[in-house]
Design a protein around this ligand. Structure first.
Ligand code: ATP
Ligand code: MG
Length: 137
């Protein structure tokens, strides 16, 4: 079974949507195999999103990700990476299909409630950034 890395972002934790979002993952056949609530520093958020360092929204993105606690998670299932991206919906909630997490919960293209890895290599890197081997069963 494949594993992917997921974040429930600050806009969603602040609105107490962790359970509602997790219900969407579980309904789609994704199993939450690791999960913790943490409050990133801006530097930690910046390191996580380093791939976007040259984008105009990078500073705003790092501020946002450090603005309140997040829930970092590992989701497991058949084709988990693609399945999670499907359940999340498009980056901009205005473009997200009905029933997706971002269509239902996201507030804007920046404050869009969830992150999900986009490929096997990034999933492995992102899981290792947030979780130790002992936390992964
Ligand atoms: P994520 O990587 O968070 O799962 P994604 O893969 O759908 O989202 P990316 O293009 O990787 O989207 O962008 C990373 C994040 O940067 C987005 O989820 C969003 O929070 C923020 N972002 C992307 N585009 C914009 C924008 N135009 N303005 C503000 N923030 C943006
Ligand atoms: Mg991305």
């Amino acid at each position: 079974l494949e594993r992917t890395f997921s974040i429930i972002k600050p806009d969603a934790t602040k609105r107490n949507l962790t359970g509602a979002i997790n219900a969407k993952f579980e309904a789609a056949g994704l199993r939450i195999v690791a999960q913790k609530r943490i409050h990133l520093t801006k530097a930690q958020a910046g390191a996580f999103y380093a791939v976007h360092a040259e984008r105009p929204f990078y500073d705003e993105l790092c501020e946002f990700m450090a603005s309140a606690p997040i829930v970092a998670q590992v989701l497991e299932g058949e084709g988990a990476i693609a399945k999670n991206r499907e359940v999340m919906g498009a980056t901009n909630p205005a473009d997200a299909d009905a029933g997706t997490i971002r269509a239902e919960f996201a507030q804007s293209v920046g404050e869009n409630s969830v992150h999900g890895s986009d490929a096997p290599e990034t999933a492995a890197e992102e899981i290792a950034y947030f979780f130790s081997g002992l936390e992964l069963v």
